[in-house]
Design a protein around this ligand. Structure first.
Ligand SMILES: [Zn+2]
Length: 335
């Protein structure tokens, strides 16, 4: 059949204008990055500190946990939050089905993760993993991304690792190398519980040696580094800088305000993530009595930031634009 010229021009114009969107993987499936809405980039609904040796999903009753967590999530929804990034890794109580229940009940998006958390002397790493090569660890994370987690069909939206110490241990170097390999296979962003700048830099160096750009890396708990020049340095290297610990005391408010203002002053607002690392249902407190609200930054920090010259447009960037970009599934690889 011969297609009339005008008709073929219309078809061509239509197919050329079909946009390709950046996507984020949530527990409910893929969501356009620009539709995530206001996002808390580092929170937890559940954490179990028992350690990998005794970690077991049966340590919490999912339905009871759900009914305790739900009102806390509804409160942040009332503050306009649309997306919750749950940073609890495997062996620390990660429960994708619980996140899916919360997502269904609230209409909000939830992200979960793949990865292993090496901080705290590898307490949350099973013994046999300590001797695994990076390739084998990465293969496990890649499989979770491709096939879903534990038969649930729910896919991780980022890689979560954790390191600590003065310098990276050999095993923590293996974790970072595995994260680089998994990024190259999946495009998932790497969020690392880190703290001080020297460890962040060590990790970025390993990623770059593996061909992965700093843009793929979120320096989590960067506020624990008190030298503010380091926040700027690492943001300018391309990494995401996440100030994500807040319990509402006056010293924290003063310090975080200075840090956020410093990032803006040095043109690094485009690389800043702001959250509070709050929550969570803890199986040791089944009545939920120790749950820390996710609303403290709205009530106590944001007014101080506003008073210090951080505008609503800035806050919109930290909560709205930046997380969508940070969690976009995309290869950030050196040619
Ligand atoms: Zn955390």
């Amino acid at each position: 059949m011969k297609i009339p010229f005008l008709f073929s021009v219309i078809i061509l114009a239509f197919s050329c204008s079909t946009p390709v969107y950046d996507m984020v993987v949530t527990v409910g499936g893929e969501v356009r990055a620009d539709k995530l809405g206001a996002t808390l980039a580092h929170e937890h609904v559940l954490v179990d500190f028992i350690g990998a040796a005794h970690a077991d999903p049966v340590r919490h009753n999912r339905d009871s946990a759900f009914s305790i967590i739900l009102p806390h999530i509804e409160k942040i929804r009332d503050h306009g939050i649309k997306t919750f990034v749950d940073c609890t890794p495997r062996f620390l109580g990660r429960d994708p089905l619980l996140l899916k229940m919360l997502s269904d009940a609230t209409g909000m998006h939830f992200l979960t993760n793949t990865g292993f958390y090496g901080a705290v002397n590898n307490k949350y790493i099973p013994e046999h993993v300590l001797n695994m090569p990076a390739e084998a660890i990465a293969a496990f994370w890649i499989a979770e991304f491709k096939q879903g987690i534990d038969g649930t069909g729910i896919r991780p939206g980022f890689i979560k690792i954790g390191v600590d110490g003065e310098t990276l241990s050999d095993f923590h170097k293996t974790l970072v190398t595995a994260a680089a390999m998994a990024h190259k296979a999946t495009g998932l962003t790497i969020m690392s519980h880190t703290g001080k700048a020297s460890l962040a830099q060590e990790q970025i160096d390993i990623l770059e040696a593996q061909g992965v750009k700093a843009e793929a890396f979120i320096w989590t708990h960067a506020h624990l580094e008190k030298d503010m020049t380091k926040h700027v340095e690492i943001a300018k290297a391309g990494a995401w800088v996440s100030f994500d610990g807040f319990r509402g005391n006056p010293e924290e408010i003063t310090e975080l305000t200075e840090m956020v203002v410093n990032m803006k002053k040095n043109n690094c607002a485009v690389k800043l993530l702001l959250s509070q690392d709050a929550g969570w249902y803890d199986p040791e407190f089944p009545d939920g009595s120790n749950y820390q609200e996710h609303t403290l930054i709205f009530d106590k920090l944001f007014p101080e930031l506003n008073a210090a010259g951080i505008t609503d447009a800035d806050l919109n960037r930290f909560l709205n634009k930046n997380p969508g970009k940070a969690f976009t599934v995309k290869f950030r690889i050196n040619e």
